[in-house]
Design a protein around this ligand. Sequence first.
Ligand code: SF4
Length: 290
Amino acid sequence: MSAGAPEQLELSGLPRPLFPATPSRLAAFDCPRRYRMTYVDRPPPPKGPPWAHNTVGAAVHVALARWWQLPPEQRTPWAGRQLVRRHWQLDGFADAEQAAAWREQAGQWVSDYVTDEQRRHPDAPEPRGVERTVATRTDVLAISGRVDRIDERDGELVIVDYKTGRAPLTTDDARGSLALALYALAAQRTLRQPCHRVELHHLRSGSVAAFEHTEASLSQQVGRAEQTAIDIVAALDTVAGGADPAEVFEPNPGPSCSWCDFRRACPEGQAVSQRKDSWAGLGELPAEPA
Ligand code: SF4
């Protein structure tokens, strides 16, 4: 399963600990400075204020997880909407009125989604996992992650990941997702059942973007993750050898800096991006909210 070059994770002939690879940790290294501020600097620099779109996403995820934990006869669209209300938070919104409008909108998404799911898979067995932690290892990585839902269809496991962002998702998004591939690999090892299909369920549009992995495409993604881990360990070793962390973990500024939690501590990121209000990621409510 290794992509090779594990020798780079050895020191004086002694094996190195496996790299603790969660999808979010690997993704943070897209900008090495962001990785440093998240996982290396202690204490870390202060983050910006919470984002309202993350608040919406968190409430939807919690509501769906709790919905699946209800007895089957209680899993109604109404219950989904109520669970959003129960788990709602106010972080990041402009004011209480905006928060209330989005709470109702998110409740409608969940209500519509569970209706659609029951139509799509009327005879589906119970999910194999809801917010299930899965884990496995390669020669380089100790992979772990928490999957929103793991279904079982036609004898195989299916990874389901809920999304609440503004843009609808495509097959390319499902195919290219490192997180989904690592979840599939870890799920099949943890639950001892084949797992090749990964799905992004987009709550706003009610659409599903899916991809069927092969063993080759899973190995390709693992190789990508291993190379990222090797690069991170090399950077950490360079710092341990006395190099300046600010020079080793270089910034990778770009448009996404607008949404970086550490933008206020990063002059390069500020130089290339606009500051966003904490509710800017919500987008527009439909003309006639539900
Ligand atoms: S603001 Fe941009 S360059 Fe700076 S740490 Fe964040 S992502 Fe990296």
